[in-house]
Design a protein around this ligand. Structure first.
Ligand code: B16
Ligand code: MG
Length: 219
């Protein structure tokens, strides 16, 4: 699998950094403001999808329907609260092993891209001091179709001038794994096998990951 691999495309939230907890806290606060409870079990449904789609699911959980102006207002409010957390984030919140692994891939001549649904991706990468690791960044500002549509990853492969079949996507969300597979990419799921079973390989995290270990695992 790896011999002809020319690029690796990383999702951001849940793969490079654990921002999922901050998204959850901000959505929970919004739910509470709107008069209902949002539980951690439901948070999985919001991973990898866009902000507005997340709000639609949250409203469905709360049994509420809002017009588009109200939705935009609440989505902005949630994002303001989310950014309060992100502003305080330090580079020690980069998930263990991922930065070193990306550096090793780069040293081996593998192209590196970011494929994230987040409109805050550039801000987060700057905040963490790792923006220079990525040759291309495709985020929620650049695409019209959210995961599980493969648009994000296809655009990243185009930027990197590689074919999807020559690229590995790293994803923590079911919608993201689906997007990678639909786009013709190889996919490594980061998280739980039960949730990410459509990926070619599932790893719990990048702790202690080296190129050699990785090659043994995927070949
Ligand atoms: P924002 P990823 C996704 O990022 C998150 O997983 C998802 O929970 C969030 O709703 C989405 O970004 C949009 O984020 O509100 O910052 O634009 O996992 O694709 O990197
Ligand atoms: Mg993610």
């Amino acid at each position: 699998m790896m011999s002809d691999i020319r690029a690796c495309i990383f999702d951001l939230d849940g793969v490079v950094v654990d921002t999922a907890k901050y998204h959850y806290l901000a959505w929970k606060r919004l739910a509470s403001e709107l008069g209902f409870e949002f539980h951690i079990e439901d948070n999985e449904r919001l991973k990898g999808i866009s902000r507005l789609e997340s709000l639609n699911i949250l409203l469905e959980i709360g049994g509420l329907s809002l017009n588009i102006q109200e939705k935009e207002r609440f989505a902005k409010l949630k994002n303001d609260w989310y950014l309060d957390y992100i502003n305080k984030m330090k580079s020690d919140e980069i998930l263990p092993g991922v930065k070193e692994f990306i550096e090793e891939l780069k040293n081996d001549g593998i192209k590196i891209g970011l494929g994230s649904a987040s409109k805050n991706a550039v801000f987060i990468l700057n905040q963490l001091g790792i923006i220079h690791l990525f040759e291309t960044i495709v985020d929620g500002n650049r695409v019209s179709k959210a995961k599980p549509d493969p648009e994000i990853f296809l655009l990243a492969a185009k930027d990197l001038k590689v074919e999807p079949s020559q690229s590995i996507v790293f994803e923590d969300a079911e919608a993201g794994v689906e997007a990678a597979i639909r786009g013709g990419f190889k996919c490594v799921g980061i998280g739980e096998q039960a949730i990410l079973h459509k990926a070619n390989v599932v790893l719990p995290n990048f702790k202690g990951m080296t190129m050699t270990k990785f090659l043994n695992m995927i070949n």
